[in-house]
Structure formats: structure tokens, C-alpha cells
Design a protein around this ligand. Structure first.
Ligand code: S3P
Length: 446
């Protein structure tokens, strides 16, 4: 069942110093892609460090329903016996992608160029999210989509077996859209050419190469043009999934804010298109160090250590958004404890995440006694130069990152914070509560 019943509210009382060395679960973006590429390759792909959160389990179930063999050998260690490009088969039932926009959008790309009928759905959060950003351009392959008003899920797709390659400029910086179009291009005859206005996470491009496809990436203004030669023979390849920097963000910011703390998160992915938050925190004066930088599974990885200390406000330019798109709620929590007024600019895309994260983050801060306003697409946070009062209840709106950000705010506060529903944390960070408590927090049901 992809929609676990909400376990209900969770309370974060003010924490004493947090300390320790932990590893966070595998990267969500890379985990989805590893299962999808494994299913499209010829041979057996072995994956270690796979994120076993609800979102990725939805992708595993979908790839199974499409005919690939997907087997868990041990926690985090999986095997996928692929069907080859164009070799997936019609699913017998609706594919339920749970809470995961990445799973739904990337799958639209794969299904567009497989000649059969399928239906995608998801939970009530995912059913509200825009899908036309992928289905409109994918229709040019010859695939036919039918969806609810506004292009929302559930949607049906009849894929094409004679796909035309796409030439498309993605209007919003979105790795999901770029990746969906590239995945469709795998089974098109000819070169698929995608231009993105700003560089977004390039895990799809890296993995395409890793599996033997021919991909070129050229700079184009602030963005890039990615060209993929269609119908390559994708060969199975082993994948080592690094720790998710978007998950590491929560214990690291908690350590920066709770006086006397020092926390190390080991094996965190440091792909330069994912490290905007680290740049921001350093500009704010954070003591953040990278130990043992290395390359694992084709991605940069390191051990990150955060030590508590005073932070100052920041003005974040809109161009930084793609490299930290999922990190704004937790950055806003850091800004709440910093000295001065922070402005986080150009956050339009946050409105279409698992929830309206721009409104949700402002409301989260208000619940913790922090003044925050949304002005156009910017978020303004009035930092308190120390621990926020806390005391309120945060509405999480089925959004894992709002839930974890609210709890970190509570740990750093004077009065604690309760989140209304911690159930969705499992979509991206199973084990979050246990890990935080291992560091010295006391997260518990209120
Ligand atoms: C992701 C891309 C981002 C991000 C999401 C994962 C991906 O979404 O928010 O959590 O794996 O490609 P957008 O591409 O829609 O910005």
C-alpha cells in the first residue's frame, strides 16, 4: 500500500547539544533513475544504497508491473533484470506513484515511447500537481495522453512504437521535465535535443553515459543543451547510490542551530548541481567542512561536518534555485535563527512541489513564532539572531520536507514545535526520527 495511514502528530522539544556521526539514506533522484535505467537496460543491474522510501518503492513497483524483475537482496541492495529499450510490457493495472512527482513525470517519458496503454495515479498531493509540463512536449513523440482537467492525474497514456525524437526548450528549470524527455528519446529514432534555461541536476545525463548511451552536453547561456542519440543499447551497470544531500540538510542545519552541537553526515552526494544550500550556509557564516572528498559510483561524495555557531542573514539570488530547489524550507529555518532579514528570491517553482511550499514555509515559520512574508515569488524571513520562540503546530500538507523542517525548527526553538503529521517523512527519509534521536533529539508523539 503506497499511502500508509498517517501516524499523526510529532513533537520536537528544544534540544540539548546534538552530536554524532550518521549516514542518511540514499539519494532519491538517483534511486528512481537507477531502477528505471536498470529496467531499460539489457542484463542485470545491481544497486547498493538504494533509498527505500515510499517514493522509490512506488517506482520499484511500477517497473515490476511493466515487466522488469526488481528484487531486494538485502536492505539497500537491489537487483534489476532489464527488458531492454522498448521492451517493457503493458501493465495489468493502474500504476500508483504515491506522493512522487519524480516517479510520475519520469515514467510519463518512458511510457510515451512504449506502444501500449497505461494509467498513472497518485495520492491526493500528487493528483494536484501539474503534469502538462511533461505531457505537452511528450505528445510530439506521437504518444497520446488523456488526463483530468489541468492535465492532472489520473492520466492515461497510449505510447507510440515509432517515436519521433524531440527538440524542445524546457520553459522552467526542471530536471524532472528534462529527464522525462530524455527517457522518451531513448526509444526514438534520431537525436533528441533538449535545452534547459538553467542547469539542473544532471543525474539522468550521468546515468545515461554510465549505461552506455551517447550523450553530449553543451553550455547555452545560463543553461545547457543535451543531445541524446536514440535507441542505444543500454547495458546493465552497477550503481552505488550516495547519501541524499537533500536529506543530510536536516541534521546538518539542526547541528548549526542547536548550541554546542557537532554532527557529521558521512557519504553525502556532492554533485555541484545539488550543493546550493551548502553555499548559502557558508555565506551565512556556518562552520561546515567536507572530509574525505571522493568519487563513488560516478558522483562526488564527502563527509560533511556542521558545528553550531551564529549565522547572519542572506540574500539568495533566483539563479541558485535549481541547485537547492528542495532545500528552501530548511534554509528558511536557518534564516529564522540568523541575525537580520533574509530574502530568498525567485521561488515560483516551490508552489508546485508536494505542497505549495512557498506558502507552507511561511506558515511553518509563523507557527514557530518567526515573522515571514511572501512577496511575489520571494520569501522574506525576519531572523531572530538566536532561538525562535516555537510553541506552535505546523501544518505539513502531505509534504515530507515541511514536516522535517518544522521538527528542526522545534529542536532549535525555546518552546518546541509540533508537526500535525509526520507520516510523509517516510517518502524520502525513512528512519529520520530514530537518527535525530540518536544525535540527541527527543522527537516523540505529543
Ligand atoms: C528532482 C527534481 C526536482 C526536485 C525533486 C527531484 C529529480 O524537481 O524538486 O525532488 O529527481 O529530477 P523539478 O525538476 O520539478 O524541479
Amino acid at each position: 500500500m503506497l499511502h500508509p495511514p498517517p501516524p499523526g502528530p510529532l513533537h520536537a522539544p528544544p534540544a540539548g547539544p546534538l552530536s554524532g556521526r550518521i549516514a542518511v539514506p540514499g539519494d532519491k533522484s538517483i534511486s528512481h533513475r537507477a531502477l528505471m535505467f536498470g529496467a531499460l537496460a539489457v542484463g542485470e543491474t545491481r544497486i547498493t544504497g538504494l533509498l527505500e522510501g515510499e517514493d522509490v518503492l512506488a517506482t520499484a513497483a511500477a517497473m515490476r508491473a511493466l515487466g522488469a524483475e526488481v528484487i531486494q537482496d538485502a536492505p539497500g541492495t537491489w537487483r534489476v533484470a532489464g527488458r531492454g529499450i522498448g521492451g517493457l510490457t503493458e501493465p495489468a493495472d493502474v500504476l500508483d506513484m504515491g506522493n512522487s512527482g519524480t516517479a510520475a513525470r519520469l515514467l510519463c517519458g518512458i511510457l510515451a515511447t512504449h506502444p501500449f496503454f497505461s494509467v498513472l495515479t497518485g495520492d491526493s498531493s500528487l493528483r494536484r500537481r501539474p503534469m502538462r509540463r511533461v505531457t505537452d512536449p511528450l505528445a510530439a513523440t506521437g504518444a497520446v495522453f488523456a488526463a483530468r482537467a489541468g492535465g492532472r492525474l489520473p492520466l492515461a497514456v497510449t505510447g507510440t512504437g515509432a517515436a519521433l525524437p524531440l527538440e524542445y526548450r524546457v520553459p522552467v528549470p526542471s530536471a524532472q521535465v528534462k529527464s522525462a524527455l530524455l527517457l522518451a528519446g531513448l526509444n526514438a529514432r534520431g537525436i533528441t535535443r533538449i535545452e534547459e534555461p538553467e542547469a539542473t541536476r544532471d543525474h539522468t545525463e550521468n546515468m545515461l553515459r554510465h549505461f552506455g548511451a551517447e550523450v553530449s552536453v553543451e553550455p547555452a547561456g545560463a543553461g545547457r543543451v543535451i543531445a541524446l542519440a536514440g535507441q542505444p543499447e543500454l547495458r546493465a551497470a552497477d550503481i552505488v547510490v550516495p547519501g541524499d544531500p537533500s536529506s543530510a540538510a536536516f541534521p546538518l542545519v539542526a547541528a548549526l542551530l542547536v548550541a554546542g552541537s557537532s554532527v557529521t553526515v558521512t557519504g553525502v552526494g556532492l554533485n555541484p548541481l545539488r550543493t546550493g544550500l551548502l553555499d548559502c550556509l557558508r555565506e551565512m557564516g556556518a562552520e561546515l567542512t567536507i572530509g574525505t572528498p571522493r568519487v563513488a559510483g560516478g558522483e562526488s561524495v564527502g563527509d560533511l561536518t556542521a558545528r553550531a555557531g551564529a549565522l547572519r542573514a542572506i540574500d539568495v539570488p533566483p539563479g541558485r534555485a535549481p541547485s537547492m530547489i528542495d532545500e528552501y524550507p530548511i534554509l528558511a529555518v536557518a534564516c529564522a535563527a540568523a541575525t537580520g532579514v533574509s530574502r530568498l528570491r525567485g521561488l515560483k517553482e516551490l508552489r508546485v512541489k508536494e505542497s505549495d511550499r512557498l506558502a507552507g514555509t511561511a506558515a511553518l515559520l509563523a507557527a514557530g513564532g518567526v515573522r515571514a512574508e511572501v512577496e511575489g515569488d520571494d520569501l522574506i524571513v525576519h531572523g531572530l539572531g538566536g532561538a525562535p520562540p516555537g510553541g506552535g503546530i505546523v501544518a505539513t500538507h502531505m509534504d515530507h520536507r515541511l514536516a522535517m523542517s518544522g521538527l528542526v525548527l522545534g529542536l532549535a526553538s525555546r518552546g518546541g514545535v509540533t508537526v500535525d503529521d509526520a507520516g510523509f517523512i517516510d517518502t524520502s527519509f525513512p528512519g529520520f526520527v530514530a537518527l535525530m534521536n540518536q544525535l540527541g533529539a527527543a522527537l516523540a508523539a505529543p
